[in-house]
Design a protein around this ligand. Structure first.
Ligand code: G6P
Length: 474
């Protein structure tokens, strides 16, 4: 039976391709996620013996692990073999929320307000011990599933210690690590306690290859290794700039459910005397690094400085929930809502809602917004890549001008045809929004075409295969 064979390709990530919800009647419902990894992995085809190792995230997942022993029913996973780890809830919460999403995410995205934080005390050390235990659980499961000389692709900051731990257990494996986030500059990385900073770097250097989304993040990692460890040793450093999946997006964006959402949005946006309003579109998970509030402040400044835009433009902002277990994320979501309300009550008129904000996740509605975007606003404080910047030019119907933060990884590939902003500079962002709204049609069309070509240069399947080939050839 296939499910008992040792795997030749393994993927490890905190969040797996499937998750379960537990109904009141005890029934489990499975839902499948999308994203670059899911479609990337599909490139190797069903015949390759591949396993995806992930963590149980909530109660539904834990129940599925209890019922199956962790090897999920392939009927729930689209045929993919998945090994889900039932890590004890306290250990998981400390590792995921207490270290990965607080400390490591904050360090790589430069999010601390340093007069008061971080403060690495004994509570932090206790959470760190959980992070180690959680990484160890992954390393042991991978060691257990992997066939001789198998290739293992480990994802992200959650699992930074896994390559080193796995190397110790299974020296025969080819191990890769991929960071989907930025990497912190040396001085900022050194906020971490010295021993932990070194442990993280050594963990990743346990891999044969450590790869990143852009040269900038790869160079930052190398600089940290040089400063703290004297170099990167035998680990190769790679760059693979994940691109948008054009075929999937174009097909998905034209299905009836998206048409329906488009009609609803058009209705909501409206326009004086039947002339449709211009749109500034943003779609984000409400992460602190996305800079949604400064984006709205820039829009407010546009309406103040250039009253000619009042009634003629709408800011369509989708800010979907993320990591709501952490108070700082909940507070940020509330602030986004407040600023949108303030703008609407200051400038709104009976026929015009200046900010149309949606906070409930709806992929079809996101695609509808992509279709009608005149301007795409992507202004993160710092971002590993930002796929929205790549997706909107592919899907937008009439071409869109892209206002893009120079701190997004996507800037490396899209910067030439975007209107580039410093994400902290609200006034400059307001000026860029005006420039984007007034860009002439030919320029806008030509830029959109080049943006879409650059954005789709490395589709998810190629992105995945390139990594696998580089790892095997290394
Ligand atoms: C973002 C990052 C990824 C990360 C993911 C985790 O999308 O770009 O690097 O893996 O967040 O999000 P989660 O919802 O699982 O905490």
């Amino acid at each position: 039976m296939v499910s008992e064979q040792a795997a030749q390709v393994l993927v490890a990530s905190n969040r797996g391709p499937v998750s379960y919800t537990l109904g009141e009647d005890g029934e489990l419902t499975s839902g499948r996620g999308g994203g670059g990894l899911v479609s990337g992995l599909s490139a190797i085809g069903p015949d390759t013996n591949a396993v995806w190792v992930c963590a149980a995230l909530g109660d539904g997942d834990r129940e599925a692990v209890r019922r199956t022993g962790g090897r999920l029913d392939t009927g729930d996973t689209g045929g993919q073999r998945v090994r889900m780890l039932g890590i004890p809830p306290e250990v998981y919460t400390d590792a995921y929320n207490g270290v990965a999403n607080s400390t490591l995410w904050f360090v790589h995205h430069l999010l601390y307000q340093t007069p008061l934080e971080p403060a690495f005390d004994s509570d932090f050390r206790a959470r760190w011990a959980s992070y180690e235990a959680y990484n160890r659980a992954f390393a042991e499961a991978l060691a257990d599933e992997a066939g001789d000389g198998a290739a293992v692709l480990i994802q992200d900051y959650h699992l930074a210690l896994v390559p080193g731990m796995l190397r110790a257990l299974r020296p025969d494996l080819r191990i890769g690590h991929f960071s989907h986030t930025p990497w912190a500059p040396v001085d900022y990385f050194r906020l971490l306690p010295d021993d932990i900073a070194r442990q993280l770097l050594r963990g990743i250097l346990g891999a044969d290859r450590a790869a990143f989304l852009t040269h900038r993040w790869a160079d930052a990692f190398t600089a940290c290794c040089t400063e703290l460890l004297g170099g990167t040793g035998n680990t190769a450093i790679g760059v693979h700039g994940l691109g948008a999946d054009a075929d999937f997006l174009r097909e998905r964006a034209n299905r009836p459910d998206v048409d329906e959402r488009l009609a609803e949005l058009r209705e909501q946006i409206g326009g004086p005397d039947g002339t449709p309003r211009r749109t500034i579109v943003r779609v984000d998970r409400t992460e602190l690094s996305k800079n949604i509030v400064r984006g709205m402040l820039a829009y407010r400044q546009l309406l103040t400085d250039r009253p000619e835009w009042r009634e003629r433009v709408t800011h369509v902002a989708f800010a979907y929930p993320s990591r709501q277990d952490l108070a700082v994320y909940r507070d940020y979501t509330a602030r986004v809502q407040e600023v949108a309300d303030e703008i609407n009550s200051t400038y709104g008129t009976p026929g015009w809602t200046p900010v149309v904000l949606h906070v409930k996740d709806d992929f079809a509605r996101s695609l509808a917004a992509y279709r009608l975007a005149d301007v795409a606003l992507v202004n993160p404080i710092r971002d590993g890549m930002n796929l929205v910047a790549k997706e909107i030019p592919v899907v937008s119907e009439t071409g869109c001008a892209l206002v893009l933060s120079r701190e997004a990884g996507a800037y490396e590939e899209l910067g030439d045809d975007a209107l580039v902003v410093n994400p902290y500079d609200v006034s400059a962002t307001a000026a860029a929004l005006h420039e984007a709204l007034t860009m002439d049609d030919d320029d806008r069309a030509a830029r959109t075409k080049r943006l879409a070509a650059a954005a789709t240069a490395l589709p998810p399947q190629r992105w995945f295969l390139d990594q696998l080939e580089a790892l095997r050839d290394g």
